[in-house]
Each structure stands twice: as C-alpha cells, then as structure tokens.
Write a protein that binds this ligand. Structure first.
Ligand SMILES: [Zn+2]
Ligand SMILES: [Zn+2]
Length: 173
C-alpha cells in the first residue's frame, strides 16, 4: 500500500478541467501540528482529494482526516479527537513564475506535504481546551479543578486583592 505524500500526475492531461480522484491513507509526516496539539508522526492521514488541471498548474482540493493528540492549555489533560481539514493548494507547472512560497510540480510529481501542513496547521486551535468551560488547575497546589470544583485553600492566608475586595463589599463585619 502506498502511504507516501508524493503523487504522480503523469496520467493527468494538462488540458484545463481534466481531473483525477485520489484516495490514499498516508503516514503523517513529522511536526504536523502546533505546540499544544497535532497529528502523531506516522499516524494514518486519510486523504480524499481531487487533482484538477488548470492553466498554470494543478489544483489539489479535498479533505484530510486525522486523529489529533494534544493537551488542554488550562488543565494539561490529554485531548484526542478526529478532525477533517480542507485542502486547497495550487501546484504550478515547472517554469511558471510565482512567489517564493509557491509549490511546484516536480518530475511529474506533487508533494502533498506542504498542502497538508498548511491545511492542518491553519485550522488547529492554538489554545486547545478539553472542554470549553475547563476550570483549569488550582494555582496554589496544581490540583485539576474539573475533578474537584469545590476545592479551595481555606487555611491559606488570603492575598491582598481578596482583602481589598472584601472591604469594598463590606464583608468584614
Ligand atoms: Zn482542561
Ligand atoms: Zn489547591
């Protein structure tokens, strides 16, 4: 089974509108993610793509589905879920003028790595959360407050802000 991100396009005519479907389960390349969440290297990425000839190159559009692994930025618990990413990338035919960031068809092949990377990294949350209302960790002892929402440190001397707030509210009887 071909798990590579390289796709041969020799059988795709250069006439505008010609297209071919590509279904492939490839191995996730390294560093497919952001700091707190991403796809594990070597995990399956399910590609469902259309390669379409355009005047200046080949348009690659479709979806990549993969499992994500990461950590909640508030409570640091593990996060795992599957997500679908939209791919839309133009690969210029050799010799076409484009900016430095452009992707090119090389030796009748397309390297899907930059397209996949752009799609996944653009859509991943920079600050992933285990749940939208995650309570995070206790700033004093590090306990996960989702597991004990009532947790508090009543023995700990309250800090100045709390003292000021209490006097503002006339809580000091
Ligand atoms: Zn959390
Ligand atoms: Zn605590």
């Amino acid at each position: 089974m071909n798990t590579s991100l390289l796709v041969g396009i020799h059988e795709l005519p250069r006439r505008a509108g010609e297209h071919k479907q590509l279904h492939r389960i490839c191995d996730a390349p390294p560093d497919l993610g952001v700091e707190m969440i991403g796809v594990r290297t070597g995990d399956p990425v399910n590609l469902d793509l259309t390669l379409q000839s355009a005047g200046e190159g080949v348009w690659v559009t479709g979806t990549a589905v993969a499992e994500l692994h990461g950590h909640c930025v508030r409570c640091l618990s593990d996060i795992t879920y599957s997500d679908s990413f939209n791919i839309a990338e133009l690969y210029y035919y050799p010799g076409r003028e484009a900016d430095e960031e452009a992707n090119y068809v090389v030796n009748d092949e397309i390297d899907l790595d930059p397209a996949l990377r752009a799609a996944v990294i653009l859509e991943l949350p920079i600050n992933p959360l285990c749940t939208p209302d995650c309570l995070g960790l206790c700033p004093i002892c590090g306990l996960n407050l989702n597991e004990s929402p009532e947790h508090s440190h009543t023995d700990t001397p309250p800090d100045d802000r709390w003292e000021r707030l209490k006097s503002d509210l006339n809580l000091n009887q």
